[in-house]
Design a binder for this molecule. Sequence first.
Ligand code: S0N
Length: 274
Amino acid sequence: MQSKYNWQTLKDYKEILFSYFQGIAKISINRPHKHNAFTPLTVQEMSDAMELARQNPEIGVIIITGEGGQAFCSGGDQSVRGHGGYIGEDAVPRLNVLDLQMQIRRIPKPVIAMVAGWAIGGGHVLHVVCDLSIAADNARFGQTGPKVGSFDGGFGASYLARIVGQKKAREIWFLCDQYNAQEALDMGLVNKVVPLDQLEETTVEWCRKILEKSPIALRMLKSAFNAELDGQAGIQELAGNATLLYYLSDEAKEGKNSFLEKRKPDFSKFPKFP
Ligand code: S0N
């Protein structure tokens, strides 16, 4: 689909497109002939792009999507599924999409799934772990695991259940039915449904609204939402952000400066808040 935005390529990859426009990074799976099923290389490239997006201070929000308008992602590429995982050029089986899921969850910038067409299997889980999901009216959602001999017992089960409720999550996995965009909206699985030809425009509009907001407030909120669910790892993420804020204060700088100046720190001037 032709974009009305002037996306600039940030890096060339084989199986994804990685582009930038006015503070927004877009990571797009580029395997439309397979409904954007992912191989270990697809995932490795998405991971690399996510890390670049994380480190780039110009980027405030990330869109994950799939090329072609017919599929967001249809999960792991079954033609390279081998003994113990998905097999890439090095012949080693892996399930590296689990690391990508963690990256999406931990990156301190909002990630939006822009879903046209199929979001199925591991591709469905990918949109589930994104902070927000915007769906085109042709989107279809579902899990296939028990039908094709797999399952995602991580975020794909427990976080999905947090979003749609335990009964609905069990239905999604046990029946492997497919749900249209309106049904997904009704169960809180997506944030908004728009006509396919307005999908990118709406997503960019949401990104722009996010980009107007305080990056540290967004960062703190994302880690706060995660902390409630992620146990010690979630607390570590939230606490890391608290440390970042503390580092910005004169009080913390007094500690560092006193050490470098080989003197006793003087914290007496700092308030002891009630
Ligand atoms: C998406 C579906 C429903 C679309 O059906 P439709 O419209 O009839 O199109 P097709 O003709 O079926 O597809 C068009 C072409 O695309 C190929 N293709 C589609 N999906 C895949 C795929 N996943 N792998 C490889 N090829 C795919 C078709 O073969 C066809 O090509 P041609 O014409 O050349 O034959 C339908 O396509 C569908 O059901 N697809 C399979 C969905 C699926 O089962 N996905 C895999 C689910 N599992 C995972 O994703 C595992 C990874 C994972 O995330 C995970 C994570 C943690 C722990 C465990 C797991 C795990 O589940 O293992």
